[in-house]
Design a protein around this ligand. Sequence first.
Ligand SMILES: [Zn+2]
Length: 82
Amino acid sequence: MKSKSPNQNFSLTSLYCSTFGHRFEISNKITNYTNEYKCKSCSQEVTKVASGDIELLTFKNKEINKCLSEFFKKKLQYASTH
Ligand SMILES: [Zn+2]
């Protein structure tokens, strides 16, 4: 049985991205100044970190954003009810 690489499409789109650059769009709004972005071509996910840099959306960064998001929502709720 001949095995076909499941990453064939991905490598083509990532070639496109490495040539023309990623086409990021906001996939998840975390706070007023932090968002998660997803590339429309290769689905690579990145996020803005506290330092203002863009980093790959790793499991660790996802967890940080989840906490940030919950904290931010609570803060907004508190501000609107007090
Ligand atoms: Zn891309």
